[in-house]
Design a protein around this ligand. Structure first.
Ligand code: AMP
Ligand code: TRP
Length: 336
């Protein structure tokens, strides 16, 4: 039987943090052998908020290299850049014209990001989830591994696909496949180091709020030293009064590979003075192989270009096929 297909992506806006890694990419790596995978650097999404043209290309390379450094294996995965495949923009337009405006106005991420932008909210920011739907639907993806914050966008993607199928498809021959979100419980929502009630985010103005995958040991040490804790004795998971404590133990569990029970047994009697150095050491060790591999790849731009060119070809063939199917169903003229 053919393998099911996975599609996911990350925006090239700066470097990746532990939330992106533990919430998304680590899960891609873990299940990749069982699927036919497409991993995209979503650079069209990156301009939905004001961006700096001087660093967009560099950030795109960084994310592609980090995918490889985190363990994406080209034997079962295709890595490509969203803007290299025009079908993403074209399908977005077709989907735009059947998506009700009020579906987009309800998106939580839009509302949050729009608030941050003040007067300067682009049409692109509102349309962001439709572009994401196009990314997914073009590849007939069965599963989309993402962090918890993307759940609503996945529901919207399904709603859009249903609408296209209902309006233009035949009952037994749907045009678009309905994808499912693949959200792991552990790590789906890694919180900020400076506020355990806010998610770790690239857009938080404070660097101290997140650990980036490329942070040096000194920087990691400093961030964990300064991270928010509480004055209570002992360490515990799942106490709503202690969000920072839960988050730091979760980080330790995921980065050390020890399960919750093991972490409880090891850490419940500890104080912060003992736990913080342990978490620091574990984080540095977990990121070391990723950082080494990343450097190797970035030192070999020829190789990385080759990966992205090959990725473009493979992805384009699949995407163009789906786009033609949708255009045909919508009644567009084709010249043979
Ligand atoms: P972004 O940085 O917005 O492009 O997100 C890329 C991926 O990382 C998506 O699958 C997100 O759901 C996931 N992600 C982002 N922030 C977090 C977080 N704090 N915890 C867990 N997953 C996250
Ligand atoms: N919106 C996603 C995020 O910020 C990124 C993304 C764009 C994506 N297109 C996608 C994720 C397609 C999964 C599938 O996290």
């Amino acid at each position: 039987m053919a393998k099911q297909r996975i599609l996911s992506g990350v925006q090239p806006t700066g470097n990746l943090h532990l939330g992106n890694y533990l919430g998304a990419i680590r899960n891609w790596v873990e299940v990749q052998e069982n699927y036919d995978n497409f991993f995209c650097v979503v650079d069209l999404h990156a301009i939905t908020v004001p961006h700096d043209p001087k660093i967009l290309a560099k950030d795109t390379y960084t994310i592609a290299a980090l995918y490889l450094a985190c363990g994406i294996d080209l034997n079962n995965s295709t890595i490509f850049v969203q803007s290299h495949i025009s079908a993403h923009s074209e399908l977005t337009w077709l989907l735009n014209c059947i998506t009700p405006l009020n579906w987009l106005e309800k998106m939580i991420q839009f509302k949050e990001k729009a608030l941050k932008q003040g007067e300067n909210v682009s049409v692109g920011l509102l349309d962001y989830p439709v572009l994401m739907a196009a990314d997914i639907l073009l590849y007939d993806a069965d599963k989309v591994p993402v962090g918890d914050d993307q759940k609503q966008h996945l529901e919207l993607t399904r709603d859009i696909a249903v609408r296209i199928n209902d309006k233009f498809g035949k009952k037994k021959e749907p045009i678009l496949k309905l994808p499912e979100a693949l959200i792991r419980k552990e790590g789906a929502r890694i919180m900020s180091l400076t506020d355990g009630t806010k998610k770790m985010s690239k857009s938080d103005p404070s660097e101290l709020s997140r650990i980036s995958l490329l942070d040096s040991p000194d920087v990691i040490n400093k961030k964990i030293k300064k991270c928010k804790t509480d004055p209570l004795k002992g360490l515990e998971f799942d106490n709503p009064e202690r969000p920072e404590c839960h988050n730091l133990l979760t980080l330790y569990s995921l980065l050390s590979g020890k399960n919750k029970e093991e972490v409880k047994a090891e850490c419940s009697e500890m104080g912060w003075g003992q736990f913080k150095p342990l978490l620091t050491e574990t984080t540095i060790e977990a990121l070391k192989p990723i950082q080494e591999k990343y450097q190797e790849i970035m030192d070999n731009q020829g190789y990385l270009n080759g990966v992205l060119k090959e990725g473009k070809e493979k992805a384009e063939a699949v995407a163009n096929n789906t786009l033609s199917r949708v255009k045909k169903a919508m009644g567009y003229l084709t010249l043979n």
